[in-house]
Write a protein that binds this ligand. Structure first.
Ligand code: NDP
Length: 444
């Protein structure tokens, strides 16, 4: 058995029940095999793949809080500090009832390679809780965030581990978390990113993942003699990533005709009205059914269905495994030209393979959605300098970072004779950087 397969088997066996982590381990390690083969004896001797797949540290803790009825609730908190070879751990916090250690490890593992691709000095980590923010009052959210930070604070720091947002964690939650960190530690430091603009946040952080996705996809299209101009685009999700992906797609001359949440989706043939979407989701915190009720051109559908719509480019921006093999078949039969992942691992392994085998340009999450963490790292730089850059400065840097990420993928896929396999390009390019740093630092 090859070294890669031996390690996949061993790590899977040693970490039972962590399905999403097994899935990403399989995807990443299978696609780097061609690079591993060139140094197999050394990597095996150094147990490099085993070390890379084992987090440096994983923390699990109790989060008790009191709801508006006076009832004590208990949730579980996690922080997985996966790899610090190239910088302090960096990665978001997810608050969603589905969160478990397998999901946090999948996200943390992906984050190692994603962060390496940005070219910025950040290691990989991820955290969160099975807390469900939906339907909670502001006071309940604050109570939960404060309790979560009462434990998390001892494990993080501006040069140690710098969390950010993810599903269910936006500006409001980061504000409450930051306030509690400051209260406990007396430190006013860049320990979290995605902060409000009046207390150390960076301009363009809110837009960064969605805009970055479009900058990346635009490069991928251009390298294949296509552009966004005049194209029809389908987007899933209606959160932070989806909203700003839609906004930038429109700025690039495309028309986005769908958006969704976990209850249903809308088809809006006149193009999603971004101002209305922002008002519904960011201000009034309502559902896509409310968008449809207020927008005469939109049709509302319960459940899933975004990928059955005819279009040219698909941008899944909701959650993991939302593009299944059946969706991939629809995408191919509807003659799409490209799919770029805004969410983390939104496409199943089977669907990814089907899309690639059928000539769909495929932009993998760890490259395509790296804009968020890239601007988070720029927020860290601004905090260290105690300066704030303009929106334009940050946006220009983001654009250059995303162009450079695509260039690395393109060159790496060519170097290993896997031209246009951007999944392999992303995994190998990220792997080579992290492994170089790990080997230079000895057996730690
Ligand atoms: P938000 O919480 O802002 O939005 C998530 C969106 O996805 C909502 O529309 C939500 O609907 C929908 N969604 C969540 N879970 C499900 C589900 N199980 N089924 C169907 N729809 C679902 O999160 P973000 O926009 O920040 O994150 C979206 C994705 O992008 C995630 O995969 C995240 O890891 C990834 N990502 C985010 C980054 C960031 O900077 N924010 C950076 C890089 C990646 P509902 O409101 O009904 O729950």
């Amino acid at each position: 058995m090859s070294y890669v397969n031996e390690v996949i088997e061993r790590i899977t066996k040693e970490n039972p029940g962590e399905d999403e982590f097994h899935q990403t381990l399989n995807e990443v390690y299978s696609s780097i095999e061609v690079a591993v083969e060139q140094n197999e004896a050394q990597y095996r001797k150094d147990a490099l793949l085993e070390r890379l797949a084992n987090p440096e540290r994983q923390i699990k803790f109790r989060v008790p809080w009191v709801d508006d009825e006076g009832q004590v609730q208990v949730n579980t908190g996690y922080r997985v500090q996966f790899n610090s070879a190239i910088g302090p751990y960096k990665g978001g916090l997810r608050f969603h009832p589905s969160v478990n250690i397998g999901i946090i490890k999948f996200l943390g593992f992906e984050q190692i390679f994603k962060n390496a691709l940005t070219g910025l000095p950040i290691g990989g980590g991820k955290g969160g809780s099975n807390f469900d923010p939906k339907g909670k009052s502001d006071r309940e959210i604050m109570s939960f965030c404060q309790s979560f930070m009462n434990e998390l604070y001892r494990h993080i720091g501006q040069d140690q581990d710098v969390p950010a947002g993810d599903i269910g964690v936006g500006g409001r939650e980061i504000g409450y978390l930051y306030g509690q960190y400051k209260r406990i530690t007396k430190q006013y430091e860049g320990v979290l990113t995605g902060k409000g603009l009046t207390f150390g946040g960076s301009l363009a952080r809110t837009e960064a993942t969605g805009y970055g996705l479009l900058y990346f996809a635009d490069e991928m299209l251009k390298a294949n003699n296509e552009t966004f101009e005049g194209k029809t685009v389908t987007v899933s999700g209606s959160g932070n990533v989806a909203i700003y992906a839609i906004e930038k797609a429109h700025q690039l001359g495309a028309k986005v005709v769908t958006a969704s949440d976990s209850t249903g989706w809308v088809y809006d043939p006149e193009g999603i009205d971004v101002a209305l979407l922002k008002d519904i989701k960011e201000v009034r915190r309502l559902r896509m059914s409310d968008y449809a009720a207020e927008r005469p051109s939109a049709e509302y559908h319960e459940g899933r269905g975004v990928w059955s719509v005819e279009a040219d480019i698909a941008l899944p921006c909701a959650t993991q495994n939302e593009v299944t093999i059946d969706d991939a078949k629809d995408i191919v039969s509807n003659n799409y030209i490209a799919l770029a992942e805004g969410a983390n691992m939104p496409t199943t392994l089977e669907a990814t393979k089907y899309l690639q085998d059928n000539g769909i340009l495929f932009g993998p999450a760890k490259a395509a959605n790296a804009g968020g963490v890239a601007v988070s790292a720029l927020e860290m730089s601004q905090n260290s300098e105690r300066l704030s850059w303009t929106f334009e400065e940050v946006d220009n840097k983001l654009h250059a970072i995303m162009q450079n990420i695509f260039k690395q993928l393109d060159e790496t896929s060519k170097k290993y004779e896997q031209d246009k396999d951007y999944v392999a390009g992303a995994n190998i390019a990220g792997f080579e950087k992290v492994v170089d740093a790990m080997q230079s630092q000895g057996i730690v």
